[in-house]
Design a binder for this molecule. Structure first.
Ligand SMILES: [Cu+2]
Length: 355
């Protein structure tokens, strides 16, 4: 409805301009509709607009700098930030030059009766310049970008990392630690039950000591963490913005990423002057009705504190022996109940919105 009103408004305005044009033609000769003083005024306005536009752009950058992410909290993030700034400096430089020249020429060569345009069909020299210069700049940007990306994605020795898994499902994350042996055991999607939501193979000895956590997970400062990513249902994306890390979680396959956290949560709270600051894991693929709810807090702390925290968590073997699996039919019923509950909430929200 709003779009239709805007469209009709534009049409009406267009017709008014036409009426004005016809009226001036009827009143005098057509040439007099554009006078030199008009175009001189337009020329001045071009420069005024150019300056106002630049001031507005700079003000925007300055005004909203707080909305940007704080300094990246991972080693790779630092390299990515430098890459980003390098690109922004080049883009910014070109942006200001091109716009300044554009408005300056529009202003300088405004319409004058006695002026005649120069006929200028071709200049090989000029074409060489505007082809070769951008080609060199783009090559530098691409090679630099590829180098940084290759460093970030280079394979790591699993023995020198903390082995973790982030398991995505509609609409929650589960974090799994490799446990004492620092090895993630095998899984098979056919084994999913209420007590074994990650479908871990019970017989695999690597699984017994694995630890599953929800709500928040901890990682130690200065240690490489290698994340394996899985999804139960649709494509999700594990996004940890403060570490400049993101990777898709794809059903039926395992993806991977790794980074080294360099500031603890407490250090970051001091740096951002925000006592409530927390690192966060988000889902960055719109995966369904409660997508926004797929979040998990991340606590970065000393290795000592991390070990203490992890020691309080139950192993997979312990949880399995404490609550043996119910028949699969029950869990399917539960899932259906949950699904109906979510759809009902969505319907309620829709009704609320309509009101
Ligand atoms: Cu998701």
């Amino acid at each position: 409805m709003i779009y239709i009103v805007i469209l009709i408004g534009i049409l009406a305005f267009w017709q008014l301009i036409k009426v004005y044009e016809y009226a001036t033609i009827i009143n005098g000769s057509e040439e007099e509709t554009v006078t030199e003083s008009d175009t001189r005024f337009n020329a001045k306005m071009m420069m005024v607009f150019c300056v106002a536009f630049f001031v507005f752009c700079i003000w925007n950058f300055w005004m909203y700098q707080d909305s940007l992410l704080p300094p990246s909290a991972s080693e790779y993030g630092k390299a990515l930030d430098t890459l980003f700034n390098f690109n922004m400096i080049i883009i910014g430089f070109v942006f200001f030059i091109v716009n300044a020249v554009l408005f300056y020429f529009a202003s300088k060569y405004y319409y004058r009766k006695e002026n005649k345009a120069t006929f200028f069909a071709h200049s090989s020299k000029l074409e060489m310049i505007w082809t070769i210069v951008p080609a060199i700049v783009l090559t530098v940007i691409i090679i630099y970008g590829l180098k940084v990306w290759n460093n970030i994605t280079a394979p790591v020795n699993p023995n020198e990392t903390i082995q973790m898994e982030l398991y995505a499902q509609q609409f929650a994350w589960t974090a799994r630690y490799g446990g004492k042996d620092n090895t993630l055991g095998k899984s098979n999607y056919r084994l999913i039950t209420d007590n074994n939501p990650l479908a871990l193979v019970v017989e695999d000895p690597n699984n017994g000591d694995d630890k599953l956590v929800k709500g928040e997970f901890h990682i130690p400062i200065g240690k490489m963490v290698q994340f394996k990513l899985r999804s139960r249902d649709v494509i999700h994306s594990a996004f940890m913005p403060h570490f400049s890390a993101q990777m898709n979680c794809v059903p039926g396959m395992e993806t991977e990423m790794h980074f080294v956290p360099i500031y603890t949560t407490i250090q970051m709270r001091e740096m951002t002057k925000n006592p409530k600051f927390n690192y966060i894991l988000l889902c960055n693929k719109i995966c369904g009705a409660a997508h926004y709810n797929m979040q998990m807090d991340i606590i970065v702390e000393s290795e000592e504190d991390y070990n203490k925290w992890l020691a309080t968590k139950k192993t997979f073997a312990e949880t399995m022996s404490a609550t043996p699996d119910e028949p699969k039919v029950e869990s399917v019923k539960e899932e259906m109940k949950k699904y109906t509950a979510i759809t009902a909430t969505v319907e309620e929200v829709k009704v609320e919105e309509k009101k």
